[in-house]
Design a protein around this ligand. Sequence first.
Ligand code: AN0
Ligand code: CP
Length: 317
Amino acid sequence: MRHFTSVQEIGDLKQALENARYVKQNPFADQSLGHNKTLMLIFFNSSLRTRLSTQKAGMNLGMNVIVLDINQGAWKLETEQGVVMDGDKPEHILEAIPVMGSYCDVIGVRSFAQFENKENDYNELILNQFIRYSGKPVFSMEAATRHPLQSFADLITIEEYKKRERPKVVLTWAPHPRALPQAVPNSFAEWMNATDYEFVITHPEGYELDPQFVGDATVEYDKEKAYRDADFIYAKNWAAYRDPHYGKVLSTDRTWTVDAAKMALTNDAYFMHCLPVRRNMIVSDDVIDSARSIVIPEAANRVVSAQTVLKEILLSI
Ligand code: AN0
Ligand code: CP
């Protein structure tokens, strides 16, 4: 594997899960792989889990790790090509990317959708420029349309907790006061569609995701019906995808908050969320504080997904 941006590059899922199990059981077995290799993590947006878990994954593999927050201390970067740079951005990404590439062996990038131009977001303008101009393997730490390290960790977690071979997994939209990207639900859908699970997406009308990610998942607008007999409830907010409301908050309807009454409809489902989560908006305190909540082991598996992917990248260079 050279670049990692989606489920596509992970190859066979069963093999990837096998690799993840090995990494989890033997976290320090491959320290020599990363010896004298530098991992550079570039953040255009905030992060707690991705920043820490990916650093930890690199360190477990014996790598040196450099973290850069573009918005704190670096020059503001122009990302559009062909513009007259007479504004507030002193440096162009066309120089910044190859310079960063020259200081490292592998690059991780976090760059959310900006909700200014759907085409730019859905063409992954920033991530693709890193792939094109850095000269180094690049992996996504959540880009405009996907968050594959999160989805891989989610899959690992479901495999660890599932009680039946083909669990029913439900992705539910939940309310949030601000506009959030579709990357997490898009990516989760893409990874769930690659399994043989029963996969259902539920959301209010107007929150339809890009059909390329929904694939052949069942979309059920009746949330109570969707929850019925579920083994996993995976909650996430996202802003509208469809035009003319792209990037807009259309509803903060708290009947969509994951609560004990809806969880009671399930097959004693586990509750999952990628975090950070707003309590009593996305999920009620009693659900996230219950024994059915697996958000902490889910977050812990972020080290495992990152290390499994980084190991594959190191094996290819
Ligand atoms: C981000 C999102 O919704 O994409 C990151 C989640 C991992 N969340 C927020 O910005 C709150
Ligand atoms: N789940 C996740 O990616 O969290 P951070 O935004 O804190 O990295």
